[in-house]
Design a binder for this molecule. Structure first.
Ligand SMILES: Nc1ncnc2c1ncn2[C@@H]1O[C@H](COP(=O)(O)OP(=O)(O)OP(=O)(O)O)[C@@H](O)[C@H]1O
Length: 266
């Protein structure tokens, strides 16, 4: 099935065609309900943009998928494995098949860029140190950073370079899935556009599936095959950007139809 035809949260497809399968997800904090009965299928090889008003639970959903916070209810399957009922060895193996770039980069501030990129390589592989170093330097360059930045601390880099360093770490293990939480937030439009182009390039080179949380309409237009909009605790609308724009109601209509939406999407 091509992303253009996938306009419902649940797709009638075998596990092999689906990178991430969410069923009946609920997330609650005490009496506060963030998600309820949330279903979603993400196709292998697609970039899906996750949008929604502030507080709709985009980051909480990502944390439930990558094993950082168990959902209150529901099933999370990634690459055919149940994230929350897998044994520790299966979970560790799964962990090595996704890379995550958190909103603030989450780089270790006391480690250099190269040392940050080496962390997943040391944790998940038994490669000889020299080879790990070569791979780290390759990933730093694939993320568009000059090799001269490898020995620098995050604080010595610009905001855009720090995001690239976090991206280099996220692709260190040649993951199947890349999770990006607001990758272009805080970047000027030109730097943000370059970052989107880089993400597209990496998707092609590494054959990635990408889960991309964003508020950036340019990123939705330039980097996403489909967009899923969260509202009322669920995936309220899903499909290619043009499909969503045609059928937008409520928050989504305001989002696309507001001045920023018109400026980005015409
Ligand atoms: N550990 C927690 N304890 C209590 N409430 C939490 C916790 N983590 C998140 N929340 C709440 O869950 C809701 C969703 O948070 P989340 O960060 O996922 O939103 P978001 O859609 O990513 O928002 P934004 O677009 O502003 O980043 C928020 O109301 C937040 O306060």
């Amino acid at each position: 099935m091509s992303p253009a035809d996938a306009i419902t949260p649940i797709l009638d497809l075998p596990d092999a065609a689906v990178a991430i399968r969410l069923r009946g997800i609920a997330n609650r904090f005490g009496p506060v309900v963030i998600h309820e009965h949330l279903d979603l299928d993400i196709l292998r090889g697609e970039t899906i943009g996750i949008v929604g008003g502030s507080g709709t639970g985009k980051s909480v959903l990502m944390r439930s998928i990558i094993g950082l916070r168990p959902p209150s209810e529901g099933e999370v399957r990634v690459l055919g494995h149940d994230v929350w009922s897998s044994d520790p060895a299966e979970r560790k193996a799964l962990d090595s098949r996704w890379g995550v770039m958190f909103q603030d980069g989450a780089l270790f501030s006391n480690l250099t860029v190269r040392e940050n990129v080496l962390i997943p390589l040391r944790e998940h592989t038994n490669l000889p140190p020299g080879l790990s170093l070569e791979i780290a330097d390759l990933k730093i360059q694939m993320a568009g950073l000059p090799l001269s930045s490898a020995g620098k601390l995050p604080a010595e880099l610009s905001g855009g370079m720090r995001k690239r360093a976090a991206l280099a770490r996220a692709i260190a293990l040649d993951p199947d899935i890349l999770f990006l939480d607001e990758p272009t937030a805080g970047l000027d439009p030109i730097t943000a556009g370059r970052f989107d182009a880089l993400v597209n390039e990496l998707k092609e080179t590494l054959g990635l599936t990408i889960f991309l949380i964003t508020h950036d309409l340019d990123t939705l237009r330039d980097a996403c095959d489909r967009v899923a909009a969260l509202a009322d605790g669920k995936v309220a609308a899903i499909g290619p950007l043009d499909h969503l724009r045609e059928h937008a109601t409520g928050w989504l209509a305001d989002y696309f139809g507001g001045p920023r939406g018109r400026a980005a999407l015409g």
